[in-house]
Design a protein around this ligand. Structure first.
Ligand code: FES
Length: 122
């Protein structure tokens, strides 16, 4: 991250951070986060990510941000995927292969109902 050299620059960075935070808390805005650490990838996280992106493209979904994260410290549950809808608490799923990812996208992301069989108790 580059150094902030002026008060104006600091204000601009602050405004951007607040706007980003507000976007995440907007009702209806959805984040899908796939853990892409080494063991996640070894467990098939690339296929999970492809399935998520394919679903969004096929269903023409908008308002969904897809990102990746690193190691979540739960190797045995990989591939792991999180869904955050607006300001609701995040839902963390484990053992999300491509098929399960598609099911989560349809049932939770598209229709708002978590897929309970794969929710990790945190
Ligand atoms: S090494 Fe497996 S979750 Fe971090």
């Amino acid at each position: 991250m580059p150094a902030i050299k002026s008060l104006e620059e600091l204000k601009r960075v602050r405004e951007e951070a607040l706007a980003k935070k507000q976007l995440k808390a907007t009702p209806g805005h959805i984040q899908v986060i796939v853990a892409m650490g080494t063991c996640g990838i070894a467990a098939g996280a690339r296929d999970t990510m492809k399935s998520v992106l394919n679903f969004i493209e096929t269903e023409h979904l908008s308002g969904v941000t897809v990102t990746q994260t690193g190691c979540m410290g739960m190797c045995e549950q990989e591939p792991i995927m999180q869904v955050v809808i607006g300001d609701q608490p995040k839902v963390v799923y484990g053992k999300v292969n491509a098929e399960v990812a598609s099911q989560i996208m349809k049932q939770h992301v598209q229709n708002g109902s978590p897929v309970k069989d794969y929710v990790l108790p945190l």
